[in-house]
Write a protein that binds this ligand. Structure first.
Ligand SMILES: [Zn+2]
Length: 287
């Protein structure tokens, strides 16, 4: 996928998780789902259930994405502060924008921000409640009617159907000196390597690609971007989300009981900083 290899042999198979075969390309080392979802499946995959709501304990995704708005806004402002040191506020496109909290915070910080996402319930919610400039669809559906100063892809690339095409498209939309900033899981991190198929980001119903420092760098440099920074900054998470995730990984009755209580309680909405050093934030520039 990264090297555009078209046939992956059986020897590339790593393991099967939730019925999906995970492979590692023998040429470029990229780890990915052997069979990718069809475009027509995205509506169902990223429907209301993925983003939660109502606090029902789901198998994957978010417990209550919109309910945790404050946490998303806090994380968005931290990301915008980092971007402010690299590029003057200007046109910004957020790919995989969900309900648009980052787009809204970026607008408040002086950017001409818009977003795109395949999730109809999230885009509808953001338009109605934030009056954010959000479009339903993929990056390819966004008209190239201006040059962007910044394109962001927060926790997006692992969900993409063709990350290389998306990064190439992003490059073509950036003005010279423009910035691409993204976050994605680091499958080469210690936690990911130890927990392997039980890694909390190894969720192949929603995640198609599992990058490492080496493969994300190769992807960006292959298309012609210049890597500026690659780090593992902490982010804030609601307690109930962490308990929900722990429950999926640990499968222990005590954890399940705590998760259920937190999902219903006020305390569950409290945000705590966490760094498992397994999520990368990468910043690259169009030369
Ligand atoms: Zn490859």
């Amino acid at each position: 996928m990264l090297c555009r290899i078209t046939f992956v042999s059986a020897t590339a198979e790593l393991f099967v998780k939730d019925g999906y075969t995970i492979v590692r390309c023998p040429r470029c080392g990229l780890v990915f789902r052997a069979t990718l979802p069809a475009r027509g499946e995205l509506d169902e995959i990223y429907g209301r259930a993925y983003f939660g709501g109502g606090g029902s304990p789901l198998r994957e995704g978010y417990l209550d994405y919109v309910g945790d708005a404050d946490v998303h806004r806090t994380n968005a402002r931290a990301r915008l502060r980092r971007l402010a040191g690299l590029v003057e506020p200007g046109p910004l496109l957020d790919v995989g924008c969900a309900a648009g909290f980052f787009v809204d915070e970026a607008s408040r910080a002086g950017w001409q921000a818009r977003g795109v996402d395949v999730s109809r319930p999230m885009v509808d919610w953001g338009r109605a409640h934030l009056a954010a400039d959000l479009r339903l669809g993929t990056l390819a559906d966004v008209p190239h009617d201006r040059d962007e100063s910044c394109i962001t892809m927060w926790d997006y690339l692992e969900h993409a159907l063709d990350p290389r095409a998306d990064v190439q498209d992003a490059l073509s939309r950036l003005r010279p000196g423009g910035i691409l900033a993204l976050s994605t899981g680091d499958a080469g991190a210690a936690l990911a390597r130890i927990s392997l198929r039980r890694w909390h980001l190894m969720t192949p119903r929603h995640h198609n690609f599992f990058f490492t420092r080496r493969t994300i760098r190769a992807l960006l440099e292959t298309v012609g971007l210049e890597l500026l920074d690659l780090g593992h900054p902490a982010a804030r998470f609601p307690l109930r989300y962490l308990a929900h995730k722990a429950r999926l990984v640990l499968d222990a009755p005590l954890v399940a009981a705590v998760a259920t209580r937190l999902a219903r309680s006020q305390a569950g909405g409290r945000a705590v900083p966490l760094n498992l050093w397994d999520v990368m934030t990468v910043v690259a520039r169009r030369p």
